[in-house]
Design a protein around this ligand. Structure first.
Ligand code: NAG
Ligand code: NAG
Ligand code: NAG
Ligand code: NAG
Ligand code: NAG
Length: 341
């Protein structure tokens, strides 16, 4: 019924978003996704018990456990896309660019149970380890804090490498020359690296980026891509080697926040149709039949949206999983610039 309708939306969304490039894999079929979500649900339910038994000395963990426990009463296969999309993630927390992570993750955490979302057609392999990834691009400043939790041990994952990428304010990704990414004749874009970077998590499983709020392009809701590398090492030239990809996903923003950003310059010069969260096939895949909430909690950094946004999110990752074979890339950043795949 309702579910079938959304499944159809999901499939048609995929066709619009990725002409020619299909990144759908069997692990993402509805049946196997249900198995995966049921497994991660069980793992996270176990985490809730584990965390509660640890006592209340760690407020962040206790809060996460409480949220997971509250979710236990829901039916495993209830479809939660509407509910998640309609939930406001606007925090009442007063934050600044220097708000400590203990504040963010103890007072108002959100939780995504790491359902895998497709890598999409615009990942660039070999990106730089750096936290400020703006490269002078215009737009609304965005500070991102991500906290990663091991769903098998319920502990923060230290030394995970968080790889992010998103489009710029007018909907174009750096590092990729393609007809479905801005001007397909613009080879200079191959050497650009804006809104791409990698950061290592600290002892609390947290890493930070300074970026620009992404714009939008046809067929997709505003999103930020995530790859989590585990057991990787940093080379002298600030790139990663080795390890595995333990998680691939996409993270989202509340629709009213997106509207505020899109009303500002230069976002408002983009004539591509806006796809709402509720109609986005990856939002649906990551939220239906699950309790996961792949939306950033956020607070504004000033009186006006142009002052910037602080977004934070907790991600549960299965570190024993390897999604290396799902991580197709459009290009590789090398010592002599970007090279198309
Ligand atoms: C979500 O909001 C839309 C309108 O914005 C409404 O049609 C829909 O019923 C809402 N769903 C839930 C579960 O509240
Ligand atoms: C977004 O990136 C594309 C490709 O590099 C560039 O042509 C465009 O000018 C950028 N948008 C803005 C607002 O700078
Ligand atoms: C974690 O990944 C491993 C290896 O793919 C898999 O066997 C296991 O079922 C996964 N655990 C959960 C909770 O999904
Ligand atoms: C970094 O070093 C590795 C190993 O030598 C090389 O393959 C890669 O192209 C280099 N990347 C950059 C951006 O310089
Ligand atoms: C990219 O930068 C390299 C130098 O790092 C240069 O040799 C190459 O010509 C540039 N490529 C493009 C397409 O501009």
């Amino acid at each position: 019924m309702h579910f079938h309708k959304l499944a159809v939306v999901a499939l048609s969304g995929l066709a619009i978003a990725h002409p020619g490039a299909h990144h759908e894999h069997d692990p993402h079929s509805v049946a196997s996704k249900r198995d995966l979500l049921r497994n991660s649900r069980r793992a996270l339910d176990l985490c809730a018990d584990h965390l509660e038994k640890r006592g209340v000395n760690d407020r962040a963990r206790a809060r996460r456990a409480a949220i997971m426990k509250a979710n236990e009463k829901r039916a495993i296969f209830s479809r939660d896309t509407d509910k998640t999309v309609n939930t406001s993630h606007h925090s009442t927390l007063q934050v600044s660019a220097n708000t400590p992570e203990s504040e963010l993750f103890s007072k108002n955490p959100t939780c995504i149970l790491a359902p895998e979302g497709e890598v999409g057609p615009f990942w660039v392999n070999g990106e730089l380890v750096r936290s400020d990834i703006r490269d002078g691009q215009p737009g609304v400043p965005l500070i991102l804090d991500g906290q990663f939790i091991d769903i098998n041990t319920c502990e923060p994952i230290q030394a995970l490498w968080w790889d992010v990428w998103s489009c710029n304010s007018t909907g174009v990704y750096s590092g990729v020359q393609s007809d479905v990414n801005g001007n397909g004749d613009d080879s200079s874009n191959l050497n650009k690296t804006f809104s791409r970077g990698i950061q290592k998590t600290d002892a609390d499983g947290v890493a930070h980026f300074k970026t620009m709020f992404p714009g939008h392009y046809s067929g997709r809701a505003t999103h930020i891509h995530v790859i989590a590398h585990t057991n990787a090492h940093k080379l002298a030239n600030n790139t990663l080697t080795g390890g595995h990809i333990s998680h691939i996903g996409q993270l989202f923003f509340d629709q009213d926040l997106i509207s505020k950003v899109e009303a500002t310059h230069p976002y408002n010069t983009n004539t591509a149709d806006i796809t709402k969260n509720i109609d986005d096939h990856v939002v649906i895949v990551e939220t239906e039949d699950s309790t996961s909430d792949p939306f950033f909690e956020y607070a504004l950094l000033g009186d006006s949206i142009e002052d910037g946004v602080f977004g934070w999110i907790t991600l549960g990752v299965n570190v024993t999983a390897s999604h290396d074979s799902d991580a197709s890339y459009a290009a590789t950043l090398t010592a002599s610039g970007g090279v198309s795949s």
